[in-house]
Design a protein around this ligand. Structure first.
Ligand SMILES: Cc1cc2nc3c(=O)[nH]c(=O)nc-3n(C[C@H](O)[C@H](O)[C@H](O)COP(=O)(O)OP(=O)(O)OC[C@H]3O[C@@H](n4cnc5c(N)ncnc54)[C@H](O)[C@@H]3O)c2cc1C
Ligand SMILES: *[C@@H]1O[C@H](CO)[C@@H](O)[C@H](O)[C@H]1NC(C)=O
Ligand SMILES: *[C@@H]1O[C@H](CO)[C@@H](O)[C@H](O)[C@H]1NC(C)=O
Length: 355
């Protein structure tokens, strides 16, 4: 599976991140007018050092949620667990205007504030992408507006908050007989987090990754503006933000493409020890006309025990499962496919012929 992007890509994006933040924050400073979404409090005549100016102006702001200057160890960690970058503050937004006002404030502080901003979804990044060095981390899961809103009809979709988890979207959309067209394998990730990357799973060969299955976004830009964007409206922003690793604005809401949820699926896994046989079959399946609805390839490292427990699908007690499969090698390949079907329609699921 190709969900892990090569390191150099992330490194480049990291550099891009710094450059863009420098660009975004590179605005002339008028420190006396920092961040006033609150009645303006006259600053002392001699300006204190930058951090305390920043602190006092941020601390003065009021939010529907809250801005915290302490206890943010969690915002300095991610799934990779290698980068621990301490932020300066953590925002728990309860409204979109919480996000736009803090970004406006930081934008107005300008370059010399050195403040960076990062949205944090589930923090499942590997290299600190959702962290902000001495900056402000925005906890997107705290933004629970709007509530999910489903639209049935010819082109069904759901409007969701960017902090929503895909697993919740699955549960809610099934109640309407619907499901997103394109997924990730692992569903405890946020909409904003995967749409800032790509969102890849076994439907991508047919529908494209998740970023190809979005009709509209609401975004807070680097200057704090709230904009709606789509193929037809603010198009450049739309395409920049999708897959943009959080560098072109903060997604606050997304309109996700849905389809009728399959009633049942037939799910098959095949193990390969030979890489060419594996890729040949996978390419064949992807390019066949009457093929599966889900196709994904995995690389599996055959370490003691791992194979048996791997995604719990090869059960340790089942003798015909993976431990019976003989391979000299340490690396195995798995082709996972699924065919959707409706058990009420007499269309023989076992007769899909692709070879
Ligand atoms: C166990 C595991 C399984 C995974 N499985 C898959 C998979 O099957 N398919 C796949 O494609 N990927 C997969 N991934 C990768 C995953 O999609 C990305 O790491 C994704 O960024 C995680 O989402 P998150 O909500 O944790 O985002 P975070 O890690 O919190 O954020 C990721 C990036 O997006 C930015 N960001 C977050 N929210 C927003 C927002 N609202 N607006 C703008 N920018 C934002 C952050 O600043 C950061 O740069 C997996 C990762 C893990 C750890
Ligand atoms: C800030 O908001 C978060 C999320 O709603 C909450 O868990 C936390 O207790 C709040 N902190 C303060 C100081 O109000
Ligand atoms: C995994 O590797 C061991 C040797 O380390 C080998 O005996 C076993 O057959 C391998 N398993 C598979 C499924 O290839």
């Amino acid at each position: 599976m190709i969900t892990a992007q090569p390191q150099s890509f992330f490194q480049q994006k990291n550099i891009a991140l710094r450059l863009i933040l420098v660009f975004v924050l590179g605005f002339t400073v008028n420190r006396e007018h920092l961040c006033s979404n609150q009645p303006f409090v006259t600053p002392t005549a001699s300006l204190p050092s930058v951090p305390s100016v920043i602190h006092s102006s941020l601390a003065k702001m009021s939010f529907d949620g809250n801005l915290s200057f302490e206890n943010f160890e969690h915002a300095a960690r991610d799934f990779g667990n290698r980068y621990h970058i301490m932020p300066y503050a953590v925002l728990y937004p309860k409204s979109v205007s919480d996000i736009s006002s803090i970004i406006k404030c930081i934008f107005q502080m300008g370059l010399t504030s050195d403040l960076t901003v990062a949205a944090r979804g589930r923090g499942h990044s590997l290299q600190g992408q959702a962290q902000a060095y001495r900056g402000v981390v925005i906890i997107m899961e705290s933004l629970q507006v709007p509530k999910m809103s489903f639209h049935n009809g010819e082109v069904p979709y759901v409007d969701v908050s960017a902090g929503e988890l895909w697993i919740s979207i699955l549960h809610e959309s099934l109640k309407h007989g619907l499901a997103p067209k394109s997924w990730t394998d692992y569903l405890h990730l946020t909409v904003g987090g995967t749409l800032s990357n790509a969102g890849i799973s076994g439907q991508a060969f047919r529908h494209g990754p998740q970023i190809n299955n979005v009709y509209e976004l609401k975004v807070v830009t680097g200057s704090g503006q709230e904009l709606t964007c789509s193929e037809d409206q603010n198009t450049e922003l739309f395409h920049a933000v999708l897959g943009g690793l959080g560098q072109f604005g903060i997604i606050t809401q997304a309109r996700i493409a849905l389809e009728a949820a399959p009633k049942k699926v037939k799910w098959i896994r095949a193990l390969y020890s030979d890489f060419s046989a594996f890729t040949k079959d996978q390419e064949h399946l992807i390019s066949s006309e009457n093929t599966f609805d889900y196709i994904e390839g995995f690389v599996i490292i055959n370490r003691t025990g791992l194979l048996n427990y791997w995604r719990s699908s090869f059960k340790p007690k089942d003798p015909v499962q993976a431990n019976q499969f003989s391979s000299e090698g340490r690396i195995l390949f798995c082709l996972e496919v699924a065919k959707y079907f409706n058990p009420e329609v007499p269309d023989n699921i076992d007769q899909v012929r692709v070879f």
